[in-house]
Ligand binder design. Structure first.
Ligand code: ZN
Length: 167
């Protein structure tokens, strides 16, 4: 396994819609394993392939305290959503920024797992938020897009300053 470099906002590569995965093979599994390791090391609770410059519709999530319950979503699709909930969100591609975002409180998702089998999942709470946040990444969308233009501009400035100090 390998830890992959994470792209940061406002990197334009985060804006490209990701391509569907034709089939789950050994190469796909290797990428999913690398993504999981990268997410655990960051540390984070969710990571989408475009964040590590892989334009494929793949997501890994683990919201467990023990960090031992990974979810793999290949070609995920939201089938249904219900209700509204506001959560304070962060993102590995927008470090040190936390803002409230309103999303559906419950979602039903269809995806293909690491074993290549398709499955359906119903989620609420943090898992529902995380799934919606990560699926947005596959469309080139970031959580800062839900904020006002003014706020997003301030975050962009902060990120550019942060980058100058760390790189
Ligand atoms: Zn994110």
């Amino acid at each position: 396994m390998a830890i992959l470099p994470i792209l940061h906002f406002p990197d334009p590569r985060l804006r490209n819609p990701a391509l569907p995965v034709a089939r789950v093979d050994d190469e796909t599994r290797r990428l999913l394993d690398d993504m999981l390791e990268t997410m655990y090391a960051a540390p984070g609770i969710g990571l989408a392939a475009p964040q590590v410059n892989i334009s494929k519709r793949m997501i890994v999530i683990d919201i467990s305290e023990e960090r031992n319950t990974p979810y793999y979503f290949v070609n995920p699709e939201i089938l249904a959503r219900r209700g509204n909930e506001v959560f304070e969100e962060g993102c590995l591609s927008v470090p040190n920024i936390y803002e409230n975002v309103e999303r559906a409180a419950w979602v039903q998702v269809k995806a293909v797992g690491r074993d290549g089998q398709s499955y359906e999942l119903e989620a609420d709470g943090l898992l529902a938020v995380c799934i919606q946040h990560e699926i947005d990444h596959l469309e080139g969308k970031l959580f800062v897009d839900y904020l006002s233009e003014l706020k997003r501009g301030r975050i962009r400035k902060k990120m550019e300053k942060w980058r100058r100090h760390t790189l």
